[in-house]
Every structure is written in structure tokens, then in C-alpha cells.
Design a protein around this ligand. Structure first.
Ligand SMILES: [Zn+2]
Length: 712
């Protein structure tokens, strides 16, 4: 029996390379012990592999069984055989990689010359949270300069307990009410290790080649393009004891990916149909997949064409070439949101399917927004990947920021360039003043911490900081810096210092650095925005002496924070309309609590034009009154986005006790002449919040009276 299994495994990989002439040793992971870390001077830091491991490719075979079990196997399982090619950066006497919730683990190790390296008993790290599996060598070390091939067989679960991560079951109804099953993946941030053993970290990029075995009534999609049609395959060589003559199973082979992080590995198996983008929109195949009912009804038509347009637009914008040979997008019923997997973006169904007859414009807006976000990730995240999850804002802050630029291109009617202050900046300012805030560069180490930092700060504050950089560098220079960054780091990973280096290079080339505060460069400026929590409150007050006093402090109810920022200050004044760029008139430095700025008392002044700076502004009573007078006289003298932010600032300043609520409400008394949607959205949101406060207070009074009556 054991020999038979080995023969099958060897036969299975023989198409990819010559059979390996050795006997794998088999352990069942349920019997694996937990032992101290290996006897080596090189110890992995907590939950993060050290820099020893240099994987280059994964040849992956997976057989996915849904409800129709075959002999010798359980339903809802996935058996894998993976060959990982890797090198080491230093001699080491063991292999450490990730594995979680896997059983029937088997490992063999050879050099690329076919020399067998005997392995000892593998064991899990005593700190189970790490998901580390250590495989000691029986003797000697792995050596620098040698390519090793680790073959790992394992059995995984197709989750059907409601979770939507790893490889999991999703269900959908047909129009006739029939329930259909499908399988989908969600590997970000650390779930590929639940499908097969791997070096499961974002910087450890590799090329993935995949073969899938599945029942023939399904269609399989993966990162790479399918090579030919699915092949009838009765051998099912991953099975220990195949039924002779078993029919109805097929094998699909997919083209190798470009070098990519493990969390982008994806496939789906479903009874899906597709619609292809209109000819000429993009030079590679772009398709959207969903149920035959959806595709027949045309629900994929909108998203498939904007996907193609966005791929073309972002390639143009960043001077990049989308490196995969195709882009598929698939609609999955059970999914939390969407995932930007290279070549196969997976969306929750309602975020991809649009019906002009049944869907609202808000849905269409949401679809445009999320498609733009996921396509933007093809550069920010997929091509250049955050080196560790602490830098995840380099993926998510950019995809969020760029989604607005992308939607402005393909669906300008939604006016995302303006709407982003409602959608990103205002929620981020509110969250950033609360107890759950954290620095943009976070300190995530454990899986639980990594999950927690996919937050409003990472996405919306990250996006808003990017918009602020665009403001003080100018659009053209920011774009130039991003092009330099993507080109220098493509197919690699990055930390924020890489980004800052190329932004600084662009700033110097375009002489934008001449507008920086003395002694500052991009890194010094942005360190204050990415390493500190919170954001500034900028106060403006009259000195009665032909100048205003402008000061900064951390915006918070908690006094005494020593944090200061490099704050770019843009200004509009009663006698001088705002400029058409957002280059700062001056800066507050990170060692400077205040400065004076020449200004005629008796005339209004407004800071933070178009709200490009990530901070709130509080004017003294004198200037607040002058601004309100101008709003009533002719609101359009103050830019719309500044009006929106002024109201958002004042309502939040009132909630935090900086001003009376009456002051915020006073600023709404000009609204009869307001028609800009970014202002009205703030007003509706804040009035709704006030209504809820009042209603809660009324209910509280009611309850109290009831209680008092009962006491009588
Ligand atoms: Zn994203």
C-alpha cells in the first residue's frame, strides 16, 4: 500500500520533470509533535520567517472534491502535491515553512541535480500561532548556491463552516431555484498555508504553475490562462487507491504566473459562463464569469468593459505593462468583498453584477469603485508588494487612492475626484481620532494583528495621505515618482522608504523640493504622517497686528501629546482667490508649534484649500464669523471641497468639545444657496447623527419617566 502510494505520487509529477529516484517519508500531521525550535543559530523571529528562504517556484497539483466523494477520500477535501524550488541565503540545518490545518503531510527533499537529502521528523513550532513547520535534516546543512526541491503532499479541507478564507465552499441558486456548489479561494493574508505547505509571506515571491483535478461539470479558473481544454483523466494519481475506470473527472493545466506573493494564489471551480470585454478596450483577454443566468441577462456587461478600460488606463498612467496573459473576474456568492489575485479577481456577486433594470445608480457607483480598486492593485500590491504586513498601506492606501482616479476616467459622472473627501478623508479623520487608531506603518506580527490592520487607517487614511502628497508635490511630480518606484521595485517587494526615495528623486528633478520646509525631504515630511498616530488640529487666530497666528497640536481630547507634523498649509483669502494648485503657501515644521502669517484683520482667511491636507482647522470666533458672512454673501468664493471640510471639521470639533454645537449649526445657515454634493453629504450625515442623538435622548427620557411612574 505504501509503495503504491509512492508510485502514484512519482507518476503524477513525471510530466513536469523526470521521476525522482527516492522514497518519500510519510508522516501524518496529527501525529506530528510540537518540539522546541531547531538546534540552529538561526532562529525565526516571532511569526515571521527570517531572510534565509528564497523560494523561486511552486509546481502545484490539487484535486478538489466537493459533495461527490470518490473511493478512499472524504467529501469537501483538497489533496495537493507541491514541488517548491528554493535556495537558502545561509547554511542551515532545517527547513521552516508555513502549514496550518493540513493533514497527511509528506515531504521529500532533493537538490536540482537529483541528490536526495534525508529528512528527520518534522514538527510544529511550540508557538502554534506562528504556523511554522520545522523539517530538520538528518545531517549536515542546506548550502548557499544550491537549488533545492521540496516535494510536499498534504490533505486540506474545503471549508464549509461559513468562513470565506482559504479554499472554501460557496453556494448559489439558479433562476429555477436549484442550489449549485462552487469552490473559491481567499488567500490574503495568510491562508495559502491552509491549502498546502509554503513560504507564506508577501516578500517571498515565486512563480506558480497549477494543475487542477475536478469533476467535469465544473469550469476551473486560475491565475494563469488555461492551456488547452480540460483533459479526461482517469488516473487521478493523487488518490491512494483509485477506482479503476472512474469517469467524469478532468484535469486542467494553467500557464505559469509571473513571480507573485503567495497571498495572490487563486482558483475557482464553478458552473460558470462568461462575457468578454468589447474588442479594442484592452490588448489582452478580459472576461467576467458568473452563473449562466447572470451572463445571459447581461449582468456582467458593465463590469467587464470597465475592467478592460481600467487595465488600459493604469498601464498608460504608470507606464507599466499588465504582465499576465489574461484577466478574469468571477462573481462569488459567499465572499466578504473582493480580492485582486493576479489574473483572477474574485468579487462578491453584487460587487460585479449590474442590471440597468434592477440596480440603483449607487450600486453602479460601488461596482465602478471596487473594480477600479482591484485593477489598481495589479500595480500596487501585485507588481510591487508590501514587504511585510506592517507596510500594507503601500498596497491598500494606494489602491484606494487610485480607485478614485480610475473611476474619474471610466465613469466620470460619479465625480470620484471630489467624492473621495466624503468617502475616504472624512471617515479617516473621524476614525483616526478614536481609540482604535494606529500608525499607517503598523506593528503587525501575529495573524490576528495582521487581520486587525486591514483598517480605515490603512485604506482611507492611506488614500488621504496620498492625496496630500499629490497636493504638495503636484499631480505630475507624484505620478513621476510613482512611475520610478514601480519600475525600480517591479516583481519585488517594498517598504515605505523605497517609495519615499523615488518621490524625493522626482521632487528634486522637478524642483519641487524647493517648496519643502528647510531641512526637510519627502521621508522626513512623511515619517511624521506614517509613524505617528493621529493628525494635527491647526488653529487660526487673529493677532490684532496685521497677522494671524497659526498653530498645530494633536487633534484629540487628550492634552499633552508631544507629536507634531510637517503640515502643508494652503490659503485662500478674501482678496485673493485660491490658486489652481495645492503647493503649500508655507509649512508648519515638526519642531514648530506655531507661526504667524501676514493677513489683514477684518478679512476672512480659509486654510487647507480643497481639503488636501489631512488635518482639521479651527478658527477663532472672529474668523469663524467672517467666513460665515462670506458663505451667506456668496459661498462660491470659498471652494466647494473647503466648504465640505469646514462643516465636517466643525461638527466633529463640537462633538469633541472644542466649539459649541451652535457654532457648527450656525455654519449651516447659508445652506439655502448650497448645491455641491460633497457639502450636502456632510450635512445629511451630521444631521442624521444629531437626530439619532436627540432620539436617543428622548427615549432615555421616556424610559426614565416610565421607570419613575413604576416607582410610584
Ligand atoms: Zn485592496
Amino acid at each position: 500500500m505504501e509503495t503504491f502510494v509512492i508510485t502514484l505520487i512519482l507518476a503524477g509529477i513525471s510530466y513536469a520533470h523526470p521521476p525522482l529516484q527516492f522514497e518519500p517519508v510519510k508522516w501524518r500531521s496529527e501525529n506530528l509533535s510540537v518540539l522546541p525550535v531547531p538546534n540552529s543559530e538561526i532562529i525565526e523571529p516571532l511569526c515571521q520567517l527570517n531572510d534565509t528562504w528564497i523560494p523561486s517556484s511552486y509546481h502545484v497539483q490539487i484535486r478538489v472534491i466537493l459533495d461527490n466523494a470518490i473511493s478512499g477520500e472524504q467529501p469537501f477535501t483538497a489533496r495537493s502535491l507541491v514541488e517548491i524550488s528554493f535556495r537558502v541565503a545561509q547554511p542551515i540545518n532545517h527547513i521552516t515553512l508555513h502549514a496550518n490545518l493540513l493533514t497527511e503531510l509528506t515531504f521529500t527533499l532533493t537538490t536540482d541535480a537529483g541528490v536526495v537529502i534525508p529528512l528527520g521528523q518534522p514538527y510544529f513550532d511550540p508557538n502554534l500561532e506562528t504556523h511554522f513547520l520545522h523539517i530538520p535534516l538528518q545531517r549536515g546543512n542546506l548550502e548557499v548556491g544550491v537549488v533545492y526541491r521540496l516535494e510536499a503532499a498534504s490533505l486540506a479541507t474545503v471549508f464549509r463552516d461559513g468562513r470565506t478564507s482559504g479554499l472554501y465552499l460557496s453556494r448559489y441558486f439558479t433562476e429555477s431555484g436549484e442550489i449549485k456548489l462552487s469552490a473559491a479561494t481567499q488567500m490574503e493574508a495568510f491562508h495559502l498555508r491552509q491549502l498546502f505547505p509554503c513560504f507564506d509571506e508577501p516578500a517571498l515571491k515565486a512563480v506558480f504553475t497549477l494543475e487542477l483535478f475536478y469533476e467535469e461539470n465544473y469550469k476551473a479558473l486560475a491565475n494563469g490562462e488555461e492551456i488547452g481544454a480540460p483533459v479526461d483523466d482517469n488516473s487521478l494519481y493523487l488518490i491512494p487507491s483509485p477506482e479503476p475506470g472512474l469517469n467524469g473527472w478532468v484535469r486542467s493545466k494553467f500557464m505559469s504566473t509571473v513571480s507573485m506573493p503567495t497571498y495572490l494564489f487563486a482558483f475557482t471551480i464553478a458552473e460558470f459562463d462568461f462575457i468578454e470585454a468589447d474588442a479594442g478596450l484592452f490588448h489582452k483577454q478580459v472576461r467576467v464569469w458568473s452563473t449562466p443566468d447572470h451572463i445571459r441577462n447581461g449582468y456582467g456587461n458593465y463590469s467587464v468593459n470597465i475592467t478592460a478600460k481600467l487595465l488600459d488606463f493604469f498601464d498608460d498612467f504608470f507606464n507599466t505593462t499588465y504582465p499576465m496573459t489574461k484577466m478574469d473576474s468571477a462573481a462569488i456568492t459567499d465572499k466578504s468583498s473582493a480580492m485582486e489575485n493576479y489574473g483572477l479577481i474574485l468579487y462578491r456577486t453584487d460587487l460585479l453584477m449590474y442590471s440597468p433594470r434592477l440596480s440603483t445608480e449607487a450600486y453602479k457607483n460601488a461596482i465602478a469603485s471596487i473594480v477600479s480598486h482591484e485593477v489598481a492593485h495589479q500595480n500596487f500590491g501585485n507588481l510591487v508588494t508590501c514587504e511585510w504586513w506592517s507596510e500594507i498601506w503601500l498596497n491598500e492606501g494606494f489602491a484606494t487612492y487610485l480607485s478614485y482616479i480610475g473611476v474619474d476616467e471610466v465613469a466620470p459622472e460619479f465625480r470620484h475626484g471630489e467624492w473621495q473627501i466624503n468617502d475616504a478623508m472624512q471617515p479617516a479623520l473621524a476614525y483616526d481620532a478614536g481609540p482604535s487608531t494606529h500608525p499607517l506603518r503598523n506593528d503587525a506580527i501575529t495573524p490576528a494583528e495582521i487581520d486587525r490592520y486591514f483598517s480605515t487607517i490603512t485604506y482611507e487614511k492611506g488614500s488621504s495621505i496620498n492625496r496630500m502628497i499629490e497636493g504638495f508635490l503636484t499631480k505630475e511630480t507624484f505620478q513621476k515618482g510613482l512611475i520610478l518606484y514601480l519600475d525600480a521595485r517591479k516583481f519585488m517587494s517594498a517598504v515605505q522608504e523605497d517609495l519615499f526615495f523615488y518621490l524625493q528623486q522626482a521632487a528634486v528633478e522637478d524642483r519641487r523640493d524647493l517648496t519643502f520646509p528647510p531641512g526637510a525631504d519627502v521621508k522626513r515630511i512623511l515619517d511624521t504622517w506614517t509613524l505617528q498616530v493621529g493628525h494635527p488640529l491647526v488653529r487660526v487666530s487673529d493677532t490684532m497686528n496685521g497677522a494671524v497666528l497659526i498653530s498645530q497640536e494633536r487633534y484629540s481630547n487628550l492634552p499633552g501629546s508631544p507629536d507634531l507634523w510637517y503640515v502643508p498649509i494652503t490659503v485662500a483669502k478674501q482678496d485673493s482667490p485660491p490658486l489652481d494648485n495645492h503647493i503649500p503657501s508655507f509649512w508648519l515644521s515638526n519642531n514648530q508649534t506655531n507661526t504667524t502669517y501676514e493677513h489683514e484683520t477684518g478679512k476672512w482667511i480659509v486654510l487647507n484649500i480643497d481639503a488636501t491636507g489631512f488635518y482639521r482647522v479651527l478658527y477663532d470666533a472672529h474668523f469663524t464669523s467672517l467666513i460665515l458672512q462670506q458663505l451667506k454673501l456668496n459661498a462660491s468664493k470659498i471652494p466647494a471641497l473647503s466648504r465640505s471640510q469646514l462643516l465636517d471639521d466643525y461638527f466633529h470639533l463640537a462633538y469633541k468639545g472644542y466649539v459649541h454645537l451652535e457654532t457648527a449649526l450656525d455654519l449651516t445657515t447659508y445652506l439655502s444657496q448650497e448645491d455641491h454634493f460633497t457639502v450636502l453629504e456632510v450635512v445629511f450625515n451630521q444631521f442624521r447623527k444629531l437626530y439619532n442623538f436627540i432620539e436617543m435622548e428622548d427615549k432615555h427620557v421616556d424610559r426614565r419617566q416610565t421607570f419613575e411612574n413604576e416607582q410610584d
